[in-house]
Design a protein around this ligand. Structure first.
Ligand code: FFO
Ligand code: ATP
Length: 187
């Protein structure tokens, strides 16, 4: 089977598993992720953070986003464009979002950001222990992360999303760290 087909199968499996997560366990896990990331941001004194605006059953990092905004951290989020391109917009408030393509949202009337990042919080459907990642299949994040080789890139996920083998193509990039907590056994 081709790598592309193997990726498709793994995506489907992970989307299905993730869609079955229920509160309060999911909420508890997501809060743990937010706390851990916030600790890391404080420890490293991160001032410029890139993160996703959660959709569907993705880890809900909105409490973290609010906290970062309250503390004056520059929060930049992607707007999805055609052909593996993202535009990066400064987020002023979670109350001013517009709907984009593929179920994504993006900051309304925002300025584009061209600077560097101390931290990039990376969403994903699956990861392996060598810090490789599988996304939704748009090829967006590999292209973006390649342009920010010096930024710290942390992938976040539920324990079941860690797999032995991620089907890899040459453009797939390695992250610096995967944040996961396997003590939440039911997830
Ligand atoms: N919240 C969030 N924003 C993000 C990403 C992400 O993973 N999460 N991306 C990371 O790269 C980029 C968007 N990439 C995407 C690429 C393809 C599809 C896509 O094909 N979606 C399918 C349905 C998938 C599903 O069922 O959830 C579709 O709409 O047909 C979605 C997003 C940028 N913004
Ligand atoms: N840099 C690239 N050069 C050529 N083709 C690419 C590149 N990036 C992605 N592609 C093509 O797009 C397809 C999807 O890419 P990939 O599987 O890496 O996406 P993903 O990381 O799962 O998605 P996303 O980052 O949007 O969440 C690949 O199978 C490949 O054919």
């Amino acid at each position: 089977m081709s790598v592309i087909d193997q990726k498709k199968i793994l995506r489907k499996e992970m989307l299905l598993k993730r869609s079955k997560l229920l509160n309060p366990e999911k909420k508890k896990y997501d809060e743990w992720v937010c706390h851990s990331l916030w600790n890391s941001i404080k420890t490293h004194q991160s001032k410029k953070v890139h993160c996703y605006l959660p959709m569907g059953s993705e880890i809900d990092i909105t409490p973290l986003i609010d906290k970062m905004l309250t503390h004056g951290i520059t929060v930049v989020t992607p707007k999805t464009l055609p052909k593996r391109r993202l535009q990066h917009l400064v987020l002023a408030s979670l109350n001013q979002l517009e709907k984009g393509v593929f179920g994504t949202s993006y900051p309304a009337n925002a300025t584009e950001y061209f600077g560097s990042y101390d931290l990039i919080i990376v969403p994903g459907l699956s990861f392996n222990k060598a810090n490789y990642r599988l996304g939704y299949g748009g090829g967006y994040y590999d292209n973006f992360m390649e342009q920010h080789s010096n930024s710290k890139k942390i992938g976040i996920c539920y324990p079941f999303q860690i797999v032995e083998k991620i089907p890899l193509e040459t453009h797939d990039l390695q992250l610096d760290e995967i944040l996961v907590n396997s003590e939440f056994l039911e997830l």
